[in-house]
Each structure stands twice: as C-alpha cells, then as structure tokens.
Design a protein around this ligand. Sequence first.
Ligand code: NAG
Ligand code: NAG
Length: 717
Amino acid sequence: MKNTVRDSSASLLLGLFSSAALAAFFLCFLLYLLWRLSFSASPHREPRRAGLEDEEGFVDILEERRRSTDLGHALRTFNPHPYKGASPCSMAELNKAVLESQYLRYVVKEIARDTGSSEEEVREDACGILEEMSQNLQMSCIRLMAYTFTKVFKRLFSNIFVNMEGLNKLQQAIQDSPVILMPNHRSYVDFLVISYILFTYDIPVPVIAAGIPLAGMKIVGEILRRSGAFFIRRAIGSDRLYWAVLSEYVKAIVRRGYAPLEFYVEGYRSRTLKSLKPKLGMMHMVLEPYFKGEVFDITLVPISISYDRLLEESLLAQELLGVPKPKESTMGLLKASKVLQEDYGSMHVNFGRPLSVRALCQGKINHSQYNLIPRDLPQKPTAEAQACVNWLSHLMVRIQEEGSLISPWSLMACLLLQAPITVLTEDGLVWHQLTEKTIWLKKLVLDFGAHLNWPGQVPDSDVMLSSLALHHSVVNRKGGRVYLVQEKEPARKHPVSPEEGVHITAAAVLMLASYRNQSLHVFVRPALLATAMHITKSSQRDELFTFFCFLQDVFSFEFIFIPDESSQDFQEACFLLKKCGALHITTQKVTVSEAGMEVLSFLQALLQPFIDSYQVMFNYLSEEGVHMLTEREFLPTVRNLASKLIMSGDLGTYEALSSDTQKNVLSALRSLEAVTKLSGSKENEYKVNTEAVRRIGDILSGKIPPQMLRTTPDARL
Ligand SMILES: *[C@@H]1O[C@H](CO)[C@@H](O)[C@H](O)[C@H]1NC(C)=O
Ligand SMILES: *[C@@H]1O[C@H](CO)[C@@H](O)[C@H](O)[C@H]1NC(C)=O
C-alpha cells in the first residue's frame, strides 16, 4: 500500500464535497417541494412500524413530528450544552481570531517576502478568502430549516430512525472534548440532516465543511452559510495562502470546540452507494491541534446513514453511464411532482460510539517531535502523523460501513444480479425461488455480524413483498415471476436500436447494482477468499493468502481496506467462513465443507461482474497495444467496447459500462504502477506498461499459478 503520502497531497483534498454545490441544488429542490406541498393534498404516509423503539434501539423521530405541529417544533426552546460551556462564537469573532493568529501572520509575512507584495496586500487577500469561506451559523436559520425539513421528510419517508444510545453518548462526548462528526454521504437529502437531528435533541448543531456552491446560487449559499456550512474551493492547487487560511480556520473551530465540526471523510457523495476511499487533507487539519498538543483530546463520531430507497436512484445510474449531467433529467427530477407521491421507505441514522483520538493514537504519535518547533509555525507533518491520519481515515470509513443497516431489498438485489440477464428481462425469475434464497442469505448476513433492517413482527414473505413494492421503479412482479423494469421513453415512436437497447437495460441493471452495493462491504472479505479459491483451485493457505492480497490490490479502489491489515482481513474472511460452516481451516489447508458450496458460489458470483469488467479493460489495454491514454478518451472507448461485447454476447455483465468501475481500474493500475501519469501534461495523460497490465490480467484469470506470485521480485505481484 503506497497511498500514504500521495493521498495527503493537496490535489486530493480538492474532491472535497464537490457535491455540496449540489447540496445547494438540493436546497432549491427542498424549497420547491415546500412550495408544491402548500398546494397539494398530503397523502398520509403510514409509519411502517408500530411502537417507538425497534429491536436495535432505533427511535422514529418522525413519529413525534406527526403528532405535534411543525411550527411548534421549529420554535422549540433549544438549550444545548456545548463543550466546557464554550459560548457561541460569532462569525466576526472567529474570523478575527484566524486573521490575528501567529500562524497566519507568519505565513503572510513569508508570502509577502517571496512574492514582493506588501504584507497589507497579502492580508487583504487572506480577508477575502476568509469572507468567501466562513460560516455564519444562526439559530433562526436552523429553525427555518427544521420547519422545512419536517414538512418534506414527513412527505418522503415513512420513518427516520435514530439510535438514541448513540445520541446520548454524543451528548456526553461533547462535554469532554472537541467533537468531529463524520457521516457518510449517499444522497442530497442527508446534507443538514444531522443538524436537524441535533437540533431536535438539544445538542449543539455542527458547522459543516462543504464545497463552494455554484455561481449564481448566492441566496442558497447564504442560507447554507447561516445553517452552519463553510465553503471550500474545489481547486486549491498550490495556493499557499488559501491552504494557510483554511487550515487555521478549521483548527480554530476545533480548538474552541463551541460547536462540533462535521465533514465527509469520503470527500463527496458516493454515487455508487458504497464507501469511497477516504480523502486525507481535511482529516489532517482536524487532527493537527491534537498532534501539536493544543487540545488534550479530540473525539471522532462516525455516523452511518442508510436508505431503503434513494430519491436520485435513476439519476445515479444515468450519471454512471456517462449521460453528461443531464439537464433534462435534473429538470425531470424537479418536474416530477411524482417525487412527492412516491414512498421512500425509511432512513436510518446510526450514531457510532465516540472514539478518542488520544486512545487510538497511543504509541503511534511522538509529540516531542512537534515540540521542537513553536506551535504557531507552519510545519510539515511527520511521516508517522501522515500514516496515522491515513489509518484513522480508513478506520472511520470501515466503522461507517459496519454501522450501516442492510435492507432486505439490498439482499434481494444481490441475488437478482446473479441471474442471467435474459431471465430478468424476458423469462422472469420465479418469485418463490427468490424469496427462499433471500431467507437463506438473511441468515448468512446475520452470521457475518451485519446490522440487518428486517422487521421482526411481520412474516418474512410480507417483508419481501413490501420491499418489492417500494422498489417498483426497478422490478415488478407478474404471475409469480419477477422482471426488471426497463424505462422506455414514452415519447419515442421509432424502434429502439441495439445500442439504445443496451443503454436502457444497463440503466436498469446499474440501479439494481447500486442497491447491491449497499451490502457489498459485508461480504467482500469472504468473497475475495472464495474468489481466490475459485481461480487458483488451491487449498494451500499461504497461496490463497498471496492471491487474496493480489485481489485486494487490484480492487483497492472498489472496496475499502485499512492499509497494511491484509493479514487481519484474511483472518477475518477465514473466521467468517468457518463460523458459517462453509470452510474447514487448519494452519496449512483451507477446504470446502459440503454445505459450503452454496455459500462459496454465491460469494464468488458476487464478485464475478467486477472480475469480468476488469478483464475487459485489461484486455483492451494490453492487446490493443495502447501505450498512451487520457482519461477523457479512455472512458468512452471502453464504454463502446463493452457495449459491443454485450451485444455480441461475449460479455455477460452490464457493469463494465459504469464510469465508476472504469475510473477505478485506472486508479488501481496507477497504484500498481502499470500505468503512470505523465508529469507536466495538462490533459492527464497516462503511459501504459502493456506488459505489466497483461501480467495482471493473466494472474486474475488464473493463467499464472499462485506459486509464481511469490517468486517475483516485486513483493506483492
Ligand atoms: C457498485 O460498486 C462497484 C464497486 O466499487 C462500482 O464499481 C460500481 O460502479 C457500482 N455500481 C453502481 C451501479 O453503483
Ligand atoms: C520522539 O522523538 C524525539 C525527537 O525526534 C526522539 O528523541 C525520541 O527518541 C522519540 N521517542 C520515541 C518514543 O520514539
């Protein structure tokens, strides 16, 4: 794993919340919804579950909102207890503190000296940056948002479940040290949802790191600012002054601790409904006050938000298919007053256990190195600090994954995708086979220790039927069989061309795939082991481990693995498969039990679409003798190639069409050094090492036996 240093480089912070611009869009959308709501009669949504608290200790916060008035809630007395009673800090105060900090003064002086401008000028620039950046949290605005959210959420969701235990722990943690809230980000809807919940439970509302809203969204930007968002540019590059202002701003918030700080460690909204590789820049800024000993401790609170159904589900699939940010479909989303009539099931917000950075970093950080230089001066992070930040960021993503709730529908999506495509589109999958298998899978998931969102008081068959009904946009049931719904544009008269046919089916498949993605993390480690066994046909534990590591490297951008913990991951895979009775494991051998075949073939089939998709791209790069490429050309070329292969019947999966998968292949090849970025090229040009790519493809298809992997000089390949 070589990502430690590279990842923390400036450029990667840039991905930061590119979607918060979209959050601005979402806000417009909310306001629009609110406006619509005032004209239309409300279809009353029945809460899905009776009773206030379910088996996992989640409470439905909409339940109470349905019983009292929305205005009453928005105007409730809000009486939070911040860290050490810290008084709220106004925008002006905070900005002043940043501008007058020793650190910023020092940097300003340096920049003035280096560029030959006067200190005054540089200071003025810094002021400008700060003005563009700063949040202006105001309770009146939070109340307005609370009012809007209550109205909209009641319309969209049956329930919003929150775990009270997590909230109570958070409440406590806020008294003890500065708190960082780290939610995942799957939908526009969840921007500000944490603030909404904290407001409801008298916990200080957070300030939130966000991307700058698009130009022309001044008003929305201002509303977000007053709701606590502060804005970060998307392309900072090597602007020293900007970095200095940003990091001092973040650190000032952490040090004062008057409000929790919220940011997305994944950087932006995941379009694939599974976790993204964490970005390290922000995490580093947040932790620096601890590394430098300016605060005694910092508390991290991972938060997992899970949805039964996403508002933007079809938009996501279109985006992945490279339909260029479809103006029409954005409009389509807006126009769809349908959105309001639809049911989106429940949202679960799971507040994780608060984690002490001090405890986590014990023995990993040597504070005395930080003490050599005065705190206020800029300082390059030490290698151990970088490694620690990298590790912590991955750990947080992993905990977010573990805290998310798996829906019955996601399990059904896993199974549906394993059926041949013609079954889904033409013959239909027999319903009772699907339900039987889903119940089998439910047991496996519980064995693997995942949180399952499967209501206990209702018969299983009803649970599955209502999941199916909720997702009528993806599948329907007719005559005891299940079919994939393929959206045909009603306006279109002329017959559909084969290419269009592929696109239409692909959109439906990718929608299904994104719901499968919600639960992939539960299976991924055992699935890698199952795949290693399938490809190598080996039962030698050490050979399987070698191949397992190879697969982890190849799929390092698809699934999140904590750096340098391959051997723990392998052990976990062995443990889980042994626990469910699928494998017999000794110190040297791994063998399948009789009952294990079903489990292993399910797991292996789960990864097959990825393997097939990767092979398409490896073949393209090695066989066509491509030596140079740009990302811009690569994506459409591969998409065309894949859709040709699908039409000719040579490729069984539509997932190779996902631009996300295509980009992940490129990133993985880069980290395996089979593709190198040409320095100094503007267009992101890459040089391809055809031999290396071919070798990776050969290993993946089992042409090179695993014994050969260890003998190569490159340790991992
Ligand atoms: C599902 O996740 C995989 C794994 O990262 C990704 O490559 C793929 O594009 C995702 N598919 C969809 C439809 O989101
Ligand atoms: C911490 O760093 C200081 C200065 O570099 C060094 O002298 C000391 O031995 C280090 N301590 C540990 C425990 O590594």
